[in-house]
Ligand binder design. Structure first.
Ligand code: SAM
Length: 217
């Protein structure tokens, strides 16, 4: 009998958890629409579901919807009656995301706000909205502003998660000085030092920043 070599860890894990037909359909939809194939990875999506569940948040704010893949994962962690608000620059992307969320059974629990997230966030603040969980996954230059706004819109104890904070190694490379890298360094420094936050950065995937807004004493 031929001896089998080791299986790559990612493949081992995905085989263990098996196919997720809802998420596979969303990925196929994103591909068919010719949208960028930059949704979070399956294991990352499972982590988002767990984080929302652990946070106990009833109101989730996502910045950067794309085709709804991470939206489905976030919504899966919500309690009954919980809602997700998702900010997306491009209307056609939000339409695809809405379709996928509806197919996943979350159509009634998501609101898409179309346009530049910076403006949408200012509007949410003016409306006095508050959220218990934030997932930041849009334009990288906006990250410091998104962190500011998350802090203003956060309930005490809210969780802030942000994707791609290592920018495939560029954030930690002193020779890189482009605007995304500079913005991401500022974001990470604030995540690490802001006294209102307990935080860490996981070097998994492309770097996942995680922070909890401290309850005021
Ligand atoms: N979170 C999605 C997922 O994993 O399924 C992927 C999001 S994708 C990496 C980034 C998204 O942010 C794109 O859909 C893009 O159109 C959107 N975006 C970029 N700049 C934005 C802005 N200024 N305001 C709102 N959305 C923006």
């Amino acid at each position: 009998k031929a001896e089998q070599g080791p299986v790559a860890p990612e493949r081992y894990i995905e085989e263990l958890f098996g196919q997720d037909e809802t998420l596979e359909r969303a990925l196929a939809g994103i591909r068919t629409e010719g949208m960028p194939e930059i949704s979070v990875a399956p294991g990352y999506g499972r982590l988002l579901t767990l984080l929302v569940r652990l946070s106990g948040a009833r109101e989730v704010l996502e910045i950067g919807a794309l085709g709804g893949y991470s939206g489905i994962c976030l919504a899966r962690g919500l309690p009954e009656g919980g809602r997700i608000t998702s900010l997306e620059l491009l209307e056609p992307y939000a339409a695809v995301a809405r379709r996928h969320m509806t197919e996943a059974g979350f159509g009634e629990r998501v609101d898409y706000i179309i346009g530049d997230a910076k403006e949408s966030l200012a509007r949410l603040e003016a409306e006095g909205r508050r959220f218990g969980f934030f997932f930041i996954d849009a334009d990288k230059e906006g990250y410091p502003f998104y962190l500011d706004m998350a802090l203003r819109l956060a309930r005490p104890g809210a969780v802030i998660a942000a994707d791609n904070v290592l920018l495939r190694g560029r954030t930690a490379d002193p020779n890189r000085v482009g605007p995304s890298v500079v913005a991401m360094r500022e974001f990470n420094e604030r995540i690490a030092t802001d006294e209102r936050l307990d935080a860490t950065i996981l070097p998994a995937y492309d770097g996942l920043a995680l922070a909890v807004v401290k309850q005021s004493e």
